[in-house]
Design a protein around this ligand. Structure first.
Ligand code: NAP
Length: 326
């Protein structure tokens, strides 16, 4: 059995906790919050054994194996460092850090301590993503030439929300665009030769809407993300012999469709979630820890680093730095 702790009790922690309860070899061991009362309420709601009023206290829990970090982006580096220094494994929410420098330091620390570290890039553990990669790798669409992927979420402006606060790592790049960038990195197999990007900065000083063209040797990816440009959130992967459509909300879709070069449908894939879709990343972490692996084959460190480097390159073009980087 793998004993899990959750750091921070915000929105995604609630969803993750429901998935954790559904995984057979996962134990809901403990949860930490900045306030003990919040941690205790969360523990009661989700059946966790113990609640702590700080991450530091939770890290002394002798049963704890792995910590899921569900704090805002700007806290990930400090939280993950504390977890690794306490000798526990890490599953850290996306985007994993503010920039590649923070990520590199964490990966070095995880290596030194021989601990498992993974970005909680749930998309890459889900059946639809794995099916699309299987179609690509077995040559069903030929050579990948183009990816079009959008993630635009309509979010009402709220100056208190982490999404709009630069000091918490706000902005659509790290919150939304990380998914299309991760898809591009996976289907083209690495980093592009060049990135051209445009941004619309919002009134709180973070990126509200953005677009990027990633130019690879063999083709290009066109990406949009934003808080106020509602669109279908689909992904289309086009190759020399056909294409793959990944349905509405591509990163959490249960459906994918394969077409030939004449637009004739070849195959439909559908798989319902076992719980809410987050169970697959939990099962992957449990499998890795049981086997003693230091990184996941589904969410390898190299891919996470490549994506952070791409996102750093976008922000460099925009001249946008987080307060922590000044
Ligand atoms: N995988 C996904 O589908 C998905 C979806 C949404 C978000 N996420 C990621 O999950 C992370 C959290 O997102 P969320 O939407 O759950 O955020 P949220 O609702 O704002 O919750 C974040 C929590 O972090 C804790 N926290 C620690 N330091 C904080 C600070 N200085 N200011 C505010 N909160 C602080 C708070 O919990 P306590 O009060 O308990 O300390 C807060 O409730 C982000 O990295 C985000 O990108 C992933």
């Amino acid at each position: 059995m793998i004993h899990w702790g959750i750091c921070s009790t915000g929105k995604i922690a609630e969803t993750f906790a429901a998935a954790l309860r559904s995984v057979e070899d996962a134990v809901c061991t403990c949860v930490s919050s900045r306030t003990l009362k919040k941690a205790q309420d969360f523990a009661d709601r989700h059946g966790f054994q113990r609640a702590y009023g700080s991450l530091e206290e939770m890290l002394c829990d002798p049963e704890l194996d792995v910590v899921y970090i569900a704090s805002p982006m700007a806290c990930h580096y400090e939280h993950a460092k504390a977890v690794l220094n306490a000798g526990k494994h890490v599953l850290c929410e996306k985007s994993v850090t503010l920039n590649v420098q923070e990520l590199s330091e964490l990966l070095e620390l995880a290596g030194e301590k021989q601990l498992f570290f993974m970005e909680a890039m749930w998309m890459k553990c889900r059946p639809v993503f794995l099916k699309a990669m299987e179609w690509i790798e077995s040559g069903r669409i030929g050579d990948v030439q183009m990816l079009k992927a959008d993630f635009c979420n309509s979010v009402d402006y709220d100056e208190e929300d982490r999404l709009f606060r630069p000091e918490l790592g706000g902005g659509c790049l790290l919150d939304l665009a990380v998914y299309p960038f991760t898809l591009a990195e996976a289907v083209f197999g690495g980093k592009p030769e060049t990135i051209s990007t445009q941004v619309r900065m919002g009134k709180s000083g973070v990126d509200f809407d953005m677009a990027a063209i990633l130019q690879y040797k063999s083709g290009f990816a066109a990406i949009t993300a934003g808080f106020d440009i509602p669109c279908g959130n689909n992904a289309v992967i086009v190759g020399s012999k056909g294409r793959i459509d990944i349905g509405n909300w591509f990163f959490c879709s249960c459906d994918a469709a394969l077409f030939d070069e004449n637009n004739r449908p070849l195959e439909q894939f559908h798989q319902d979630n076992l719980c809410n879709g987050y169970e697959y990343e939990i099962m992957e972490v449990n499998r890795c820890l049981t086997e003693g692996a230091s990184e996941s084959g589904l969410v390898p460190h190299r891919g996470t680093v490549n994506v952070m480097e791409m996102m750093d390159a976008c922000r460099k073009q925009w001249g946008f730095r987080f307060p922590q980087e000044m």
